[in-house]
Design a protein around this ligand. Sequence first.
Ligand code: ADP
Ligand code: MG
Length: 254
Amino acid sequence: MTMPVSQLQDGQAIRLSDVCKSYGDYPVLRNINAEVGRGEVVVICGPSGSGKSTLIRTVNRLEEINSGSINFEGQNIHAPMRGRELNRLRSRIGFVFQSFNLFPHLSAVENVSMSPIRVKGVSADVARDKAIKLLDRVGLADKANSYPGQLSGGQQQRVAIARALAMEPPVMLFDEPTSALDPEMVGEVLSVMKSLAAEGMTMLCVTHEMGFARDVADRIWFIDAGEILEMAPPKDFFQNPRHPRAQRFLSDLR
Ligand code: ADP
Ligand code: MG
């Protein structure tokens, strides 16, 4: 079913309207209505199995939806479209996974420069120069020629962030980017994310790092059983959660 895409208002980057998704009879996303402002950092939190990954993956159409629409830059991401058009759209929405998903047979600089060369037709020299600048930005200028297997988890995840940034996306999505890391490497990845936020990147992040949520998020979306139950600035969410399930979630963390 296709629906007309609801219009973005000024200052909005993404709008989800009446988004529903089920696996068989089991509803995973129940009527999600939400928007992300341009330059806004939203942290999605909620219990395991609540639909956080499914929600964020629908935003670049790694998951299909059953009904509703998702407007990004005036276009319904879930409208029928050709593969090439979908790829172009996806290249404007960076995605960082829990498992870094780097190409093991390519060096860091090759991982970062590959999409601009393949998808955008950027020349190899230009793409390489830019990739080196991006690796510098995530603190890995000296690892340009290392292969993923020679890098720590934290370093690999920073390469994955640089790779997403290479396509110059106006929006970045993160699905638990630090959950697969040893504790001592979490900080280096969060600090790259923090600097992106400070530069004005629009970000939608699933994370259990509540310190990051408190310090960096403009808003928290609390999701449980496929429904967004609360949307609030971190100060309100952490000090005064309104929904009983949000209260329980937060008290279980302590
Ligand atoms: P979260 O990221 O919050 O842990 P998910 O979005 O991964 O939650 O999953 C939400 C629910 O959907 C869970 O109950 C999960 O078991 C179910 N689910 C996720 N992927 C699939 C799938 N491919 N097929 C069937 N059920 C799925
Ligand atoms: Mg998940």
